[in-house]
Write a protein that binds this ligand. Structure first.
Ligand code: GLV
Ligand code: MN
Ligand code: MN
Length: 416
């Protein structure tokens, strides 16, 4: 075990170089990435990652959801592994670091251990969870959810993208459907490094976020059914306008989130009009409301208020309203002993840190159901994420990964 104060550091230039190489795969249109899950670009990114893991002396396992597990053996054959990872899939207009930093930071920790000849009691497993983003196949964190027993494999395989393709078919198509039973692996602990995706750390000059909790979420998919009709010749009184109902619901979601301040957010990021023609009132509108709060009572109260008020809005307009939850997790409390380990690591490295609640969902949220888990965060410029302009500095990436290395080594136990 490194003595307290021992100044182990990762190779910052190598980490940055790997981040930039991965960013060349599935380029976006504005400097970021479109490496959505189970696309050809995802397969290409996986192959590069697998190659790097092999060169770092690790052996790769892949489960039936397509999650990749690269193992660096430990010295104690009976010791369960410490898992460290995140995701390589991105939003359609994603940044270069959301998820990627956590996977390649974990890989960099192993490369550093190799360089320094550090052996650990517990094995280390660098993990690339499949379909964290949920952009192509809802819900987010799908593979870690199956791993944790929250979703069945059949449910996951049947999830459809907007073109109607299923997760199961697309996973087989890209050739990353493994043999391993999902969730059969047991974890000693789980760590995930991630960019904050919010403005707090940068604004306060903190290099490290010690993540104590993650806020909970509901994704509510609304299907509003009106009547297709001519936009010019249909008198206002005769319209059954699903688009108008949607607009009123959006305004109402804003009001509900504002009524639960602080610590509640709500909005809509995706909508589809059918037939989506300029001069046809939509017969059907489908959209997803995303609401989040670290407070379980607020989260559930928001959901109830939104569903009740949406039903009233639609009834008033004669529009039919169906709601299906397509994503959910309760607020998460991360393992206090691992949180303390991260805090100690930041202190040992002399890095300014603060406790923080994650605003975004992460695979760590589901891993926390089956093992002690926590996260390390680093700042991102202007708090911007889920945007191709997402940016971090090499220094922030290195400091976050240094803390990850120290925390993982403490938990995995260094063998003298
Ligand atoms: C995952 O990116 C989320 O929606 O929080
Ligand atoms: Mn992420
Ligand atoms: Mn994301």
């Amino acid at each position: 075990m490194p003595a307290a104060g021992q100044n182990l550091r990762i190779d910052s230039a190598r980490l940055w170089d790997s981040l930039m190489q991965m960013a060349e795969i599935g380029p976006g249109v504005a400097g970021g990435n479109n490496r959505q899950t189970l696309t050809d670009a995802d397969a290409e990114g996986r192959a590069l990652f697998a190659d790097w893991c092999r060169k770092a002396g690790m052996t790769m396992g892949v489960d039936r959801m397509g999650t990749m597990f690269a193992t660096r053996p430990g010295e104690d054959p009976g010791a369960l592994p410490v898992y460290v990872g995140s995701h390589l899939d991105t939003q359609p207009t994603g940044g270069r670091y959301d998820g990627v930093l956590g996977v390649l930071g974990a890989l960099e920790c192993v490369r550093t251990m190799n360089d320094l000849g550090i052996r650990t009691r517990h094995p280390i497993v660098v993990t690339n969870w499949a379909n964290e983003e949920g952009a192509r196949f809802a819900p987010a964190m799908l593979a870690s959810g199956v791993f944790a027993g929250v979703h069945s494999l059949d449910y996951a395989y049947g999830r459809r993208d907007p073109d109607g393709k299923t997760y199961g078919d697309e996973l087989a198509r890209i050739g990353w459907q493994g043999e391993e039973e999902v969730g059969a692996r047991k974890m000693h602990a789980y760590y995930e490094l991630h960019i904050e995706q919010g403005p707090i750390l940068e604004a306060e000059g903190a290099d490290i976020g010690v993540v104590t909790h993650c806020q909970g979420l509901w994704w509510l998919e609304f299907t509003l059914t009106g009547r297709e009709a001519h936009t010019g010749s249909t008198p206002m009184a005769m319209r059954v306008n699903a688009g108008l109902a949607m607009a009123r619901i959006l305004e109402m979601v804003q009001e509900v989130a504002l009524s639960e301040q602080p610590d509640a957010v709500g909005g809509v990021g995706q909508m589809r009009f059918a037939p989506n023609s300029r001069n046809v009132l939509p017969g059907q509108v489908v959209f997803t409301v995303d609401i989040r709060s670290p407070d379980q009572v607020k989260l559930d109260r928001m959901r109830a208020a939104i569903e009740t008020r949406a039903a009233a809005i639609c009834a008033d307009l004669g529009v039919a309203c169906a709601v299906e939850p397509v994503g959910h997790f309760d607020p998460v409390t991360f393992a206090p002993e691992l949180v303390a380990t991260v805090r100690r690591a930041a202190d040992r490295l002399g890095l300014p840190h603060r406790d923080i609640v994650s605003g975004a969902g992460h695979d760590a949220c589901w891993a926390a159901k089956v093992a002690p888990a926590t996260m390390v965060m680093c700042p991102c410029v202007g708090g911007l994420s889920h945007n191709e302009a997402e940016e971090i500095t090499p220094d922030w990436a290195a400091k976050g990964t240094d803390v990850l290395l120290h925390a993982v080594l403490e938990t995995a136990g260094v063998v003298a």
